[in-house]
Design a protein around this ligand. Sequence first.
Ligand code: ADP
Ligand code: MG
Length: 596
Amino acid sequence: MPIRILPDTLIDQIAAGEVIERPASVVKELVENSLDAGARRVEIDIERGGVGLVRVRDDGAGLAAQELPLALARHATSKIASLDELEAVATLGFRGEALPSIAAVSRLRMASRVAEAQHGFEITAEAGAVSAPRPCAQPPGTVVEVRELFFNVPARRKFVRSDATEASHIARLAERLALSRADVSFRLRNAERVLLDARAEPDRSRAGEARVRAVLGEEFLARALRIEHAAGPVSLAGWIGLPTASRAQPDEQYWFVNGRSVRDRLLMNAVRLAYRDVLYHGRHPAYVLYLMLDPRWVDVNAHPTKLEVRFRDARQIHDFVMRAVERALAATRPARDAAAAADAARTMAATDAPRLRPDAARPREWTRSPWALAGAVRDAGPASFEGAGLESGPAAVSDAAADHPLGTALAQLHGLYIVAQSRDGLILVDMHAAHERVLYEQLKAQYAASGVPSQQLIEPILVHLKPHELDAVLERRAEWERAGFDVSAMGPAQLAVRRVPALLGGQDIVRVVRAMLADLELGAAAHHLDGTADRFLGALACRTAIHAHRRLTLPEMDALLRQMEATDRANQCNHGRPTWARLTLAELDQLFLRGR
Ligand code: ADP
Ligand code: MG
C-alpha cells in the first residue's frame, strides 16, 4: 500500500479509541467541559447505559455561534495557547480532542448560549460530519447530547458491557465528579430515575463535608478522621477512615489533585504505607483526599484520560502525604471524646447484623465485628512468664482513675478481656491486642532513639534448631541484634542467645525465639506481619505481649489501660483490629429499657 495521509474522520476515530473507551468516558469529558466553563449546576441524563443517550446540561459560560463548529474541530481548545500555559494548566481539559472524538463515533448535538445573546445556536454531527450552526431555543449555558455511541464502530461496541454495568460505571464516575467539586450541584438520572442528587451547600465552610455526606453517607464520616495539612504551597485535606473501619476492597479510595479525580499509584501507595502499622493484612483503608499544589508541579498530560499524573518532585509529595496521614492516624488512641475504636466496631457490627434490640441482645453482640471474632482466635497456651514490660503501679482504684478515658479495671473476663468502669460506662479491652500495640510502639520509639534496651544473660541460653532454621537466623543476625538479641551459632544445630531485649523479663526465651523465627522465616505464619512497618519489631511485640489466660492483677490491668491512653495508634492492634470497646450508660439503659 502506498503511504497516504489519513482522512480527518478516521484520525478522530483513532483518537476516540484512546479517549472514549466506554459511555462513562463520554460523561467524563462532557462534565469536565461543563466544569471548565464555570458551571454551577450540571445535569446528566443517560439511557441504555449511556449507549442510547448521554446528555449533559450546564449553566456555564456557553459558546457563541461561530465557536460551535470550532468546538468540534480537532485540536481546537480555548484553554491553552502555548507550552507555558500547558505547563501551568488549571483546567480539566486542554487537549482539544474530546468533542471531535465523541462526534466521530456517535450522533451528537450541541446547543449553547452565552449570557448576553438573545437565543442559542445548535450544531449537529453524525460520524464526524458537522452541520452549520442554526438558531435554537436554549437557556444560557450548554447542552451536549450524544446518541447511539459507537454506532459506526462495531469493534468498539463489542467491548461495551450490559446497560446495568455501563450505568454503574457512570454512577461511580458521577460520584467522583461530585466529590471533586463541592461547590457545584450535580444530578444524574438514568431514564428519569435519579441516581445522584448532590446540591452545593452554600456555606463554604461546610460544603466539603456536606458533599462527602451526600455521596458516601453519614456512615463514612462517622468513622473517619478529618485531615488538614499544609506545607508551604502544598496542602492536603480530606477524610481518612479509621483503621477499624477498613474495607475488604479498595473501593472507597478517592484522590483529587487540584480538583481532578486521579488514580495515582504514588499517592495511593503513600496512604497505604501510612496505614501499614494499623491495618490487617489484605484490608484497605477508606479515604477522600484532596491534594492542592501549584499546577506547574504536576504534569497532568501523562495520559490521554489524565487519570495518572506525574509530580515534578515525586519523592517529596509521597513523603508529605505519607507523613500527614501517619500523623493523623497516630492520634487514634483512647480518648473520651474522640471517635473510638469501640464506636467504629459498633458501627461495623450495626452494618453486619441487625441493630441491637433488647430481646435479641446477647452480650457478645455488643462488640461483634469481624475483628472481635478473629481476635478471639489466639494462641491459648498457658503463659509461663512474668512481666512483659508491664510495670504495675500502686493499686489505683480511686475516683480519679475513673476520669481516664479507659477508666478503672474491675476484672478479667475469660482470660481474654479486661472489664473496666469509666465515667460514662463500661469498657472492654482485648488484653493481648492492646498490649501488643503498646509494646510495638515502645520498641519502635526505643529503636529510633538509642536502640532497644537489652540485657546480658548470665549464661547463654541454647535453642536447638534445624540447620536451615539456624541459617535463617544467622542470615538476619543484624536485625536480631537491633531488636536486642545477641545470637550466634553453637555447632550446626544450636543457637546460643547471650543477650535479650530487656522487656522479655523472665519470659521463656526459647519459646519466644522459636515463635519469632516461625513468624519471620516461615512465610505462611507471617502473613499477619506484612502490614507492619517493622516486621521484626512487630513479631517481637506480638510474641512478648501478654497472652490469653495469663492472670493479671488489677494494678497490672490499670497499668495497661494507662499505657494504652499514652500510646499512639492504641485504638487498634498491630493488625488493625480494635483493642477496646465501650458501652455507655445510655446504651446500657437502653438495653434494659430503663428510662433516665
Ligand atoms: P478541551 O476541553 O480539551 O479544550 P474539548 O474537545 O473537550 O477540548 O472541547 C473543545 C472546546 O469546546 C473547549 O476548549 C471549549 O472552548 C468548548 N466547550 C466544550 N464544551 C463546552 C461547554 N460545556 N461550555 C462551554 N464551552 C465548551
Ligand atoms: Mg474537554
